[in-house]
Design a protein around this ligand. Structure first.
Ligand code: A2R
Length: 314
């Protein structure tokens, strides 16, 4: 079985490549942007900008993968406020380029489009945990582009009979995530204070928001389970099924710190609009694939802290 991971130099890519090569025994092909680095013994690497439609089509023609995991994205909510056009180009036009390349390829690979729990946006309390059929009321630009990606996937599956499966992944965390994301940011700041590289003061944004956190290694297992047993044209939530406040996650992190840390609210870390609470209903993926998250949140935080300790020591 040949699997192609598009946008593999990001946080999820490395974990997904390892899972597909080592756990599933697939031949794995992966793409990155020319300026990115991706070193892995588990995949053959190609440079690809998904905004170049011809290059996407040529690569499919060359590899002819059985499975395509589309991860390439402008994936930061924060950056989407600053760069809305770029976010729309990559997340919408880029996805169309991938879907068109598959449509014109003359065969029928399975495609997984990775969307986001952010697509649901402003949920009413009675809608949480949120089911896939709930009305999308996107609360930020990133979320709107991912909602559009999902609609495109549904359209291509229905109109052309393509094997496209959509995922709405809720917040995933784990070792290797950039510190532009909140949990990785907190862990890094704590480790920097432990190492004496910064004052023992932690600068935070909105702590009241509640999110559904899952270990990235559970997330990539879900993606490959969906490729195997998910239904084409269907959208699946992937998450833990429970909401936890950023404040409670911060408490977990602070308990693991070897130094005492002062927490300070920083208004520049507040977003123009923030969705108050999100949690996934994961009944559909459980029923169709048997997948369940397995890694406890505290052991994920241990791994993230360890990742930063190793990285910042060197
Ligand atoms: O923005 P960069 O330089 O970090 O590169 C990202 C890459 N990417 C692209 N790849 C091909 N053509 C483009 N025009 C393009 N623009 C950006 O996609 C990055 O290496 C990768 C996405 O990885 P992350 O941002 O780390 O996202 P993560 O956490 O791996 O999530 C994967 C998927 C995304 O679709 C998220 O929206 C979703 O899961 O939650």
């Amino acid at each position: 079985m040949k699997a192609l991971v598009i946008g593999a130099a990001g946080f999820v890519g490395g974990h997904l490549i390892r899972h597909l090569a080592c756990e599933c025994g697939f031949s794995v092909y992966a793409t990155k942007l020319a300026h990115e680095s991706l070193e892995t013994p588990d995949a053959e690497i190609y440079n690809l900008d998904i905004l170049d439609a011809e290059a996407v089509a040529e690569l499919l023609e060359k590899i002819k993968p059985d499975q395509i995991y589309h991860l390439a994205a402008q994936s930061s909510v924060k950056l989407s406020w600053d760069k809305p056009q770029l976010t729309a180009d990559i997340n919408i036009k880029g996805t169309i380029n991938v879907l068109e390349a598959v449509r014109n390829s003359g065969y029928s690979p399975e495609v997984l489009l990775v969307g986001s729990g952010e697509e649901y946006g402003y949920l009413k309390p009675e809608e949480i945990p949120v089911k896939e059929d709930t009305l999308l009321r996107a609360g930020n630009i990133y979320a709107a582009t991912k909602a559009c990606q999902g609609m495109l996937g549904e359209i291509y599956a229905r109109a052309y009979g393509m094997n496209v499966i959509m995922v709405r992944a809720f917040n995933h965390i784990g070792p290797g995530q950039s510190d532009i994301f909140v949990i990785s940011d907190f862990c890094r700041q704590v480790v920097m204070a432990e190492l004496g590289k910064k004052e023992p003061v932690l600068s935070v944004g909105n702590l009241e928001a509640e999110r559904d956190f899952t270990d990235v290694r559970d997330i990539v297992r879900a993606y490959s389970a969906l490729m195997k047993d998910g239904k084409p044209g269907q959208t699946y939530n992937v998450g833990s099924g429970r909401a936890e406040s950023i404040r409670s996650m911060l408490d977990r992190i602070l308990k693991k710190s070897s130094v005492s840390i002062e927490v300070v609210q920083d208004s520049s870390r507040m977003r123009p609009s923030d969705v108050p609470s999100i949690a996934a209903d994961i009944t559909r993926i459980k029923e169709d694939t048997g997948w369940c998250p397995e890694i406890p949140i505290d052991s994920t935080i241990d791994d993230i802290m360890e990742y930063w300790r190793l990285k910042e020591k060197s």
